[in-house]
Design a protein around this ligand. Structure first.
Ligand SMILES: C[S@@+](CC[C@H](N)C(=O)[O-])C[C@H]1O[C@@H](n2cnc3c(N)ncnc32)[C@H](O)[C@@H]1O
Length: 209
């Protein structure tokens, strides 16, 4: 089994507190109280800038095409970052669907709220948290966990939380270019909460056990 403790120590991460930060809706403030730390603002802004080019060269819809998101779906984008997936997600789920965008970083929450307001997306809800979603049990069709897993201070708690909020038929769509395929499959399946359903060109799809 892969040992991530060195990575976590380097990043200065702490175990996730399960009551760290309230759910926020567009326009509300994110009052973070957790000991888990967001990246410095400059680092986050640089990432957001680079992602604009990434998204130009590889539109996020191409990634989402692998997931099978349908109109009316309720989707959580865990570790949403600057919100690259929000507009394509909104196109896929339509007005009857719902998008939850969660991130530990207040700037991510602000950026997603900005996108939702500019594009007049009324079905986007932001959640500022390092783990707990405060969503109902078995309420989601899809969770996206893209390029975030390697960043998590307490990945097992996040996996448990995502398992809790997914419907029994729900799926977890995963990518993380910091991890090998073996690491991804091992870390997502080793506790029996998820199993690998299929491997796409750019994503891994896990179903909830
Ligand atoms: C590399 S970015 C990926 C953003 C987005 N998923 C994408 O692929 O465009 C990782 C994001 O995870 C967030 N993050 C890191 N630790 C987190 C945690 N414990 N809970 C929620 N989000 C976290 C960071 O703030 C950052 O926005």
């Amino acid at each position: 089994m892969t040992d991530y403790s060195d990575v976590l120590q380097r990043r200065g991460k702490f175990p996730c507190l399960l009551a760290c930060c309230p759910v926020t809706r567009a326009g509300e403030n994110c009052e973070k109280t957790s000991v888990d730390k967001p990246e410095p603002n400059l680092y986050f802004k640089l990432m957001a800038f680079c992602y604009k080019f990434r998204d130009l060269f590889l539109p996020r819809m191409k990634i989402l095409d692998e997931v099978g998101i349908e109109p009316g779906f309720h989707v959580l984008d865990y570790g949403c970052g600057p919100g690259s997936y929000i507009v394509p997600l909104a196109e896929l789920v339509g007005k009857s669907g719902k998008i939850y965008a969660l991130d530990i970083h207040p700037l991510a929450i602000q950026m997603v709220q900005g996108i939702a307001s500019t594009k007049q997306l009324t079905n986007v809800e932001t959640i500022c948290s390092d783990c707990e979603t405060k969503l109902a049990n078995e309420s989601l069709d899809v969770v996206l966990l893209y390029d975030t897993f390697h960043d998590l201070g307490d990945p097992d708690s996040v996996i448990e939380e995502l398992h809790r909020v997914l419907k029994p038929s729900g799926i977890l769509s995963f990518t993380d270019h910091h991890m090998t395929e073996n690491q991804i499959v091992d870390r997502l399946t080793n506790r029996g909460l998820f199993s690998l359903l299929r491997k796409g060109t750019r994503t891994y799809t896990f179903c909830r056990e």
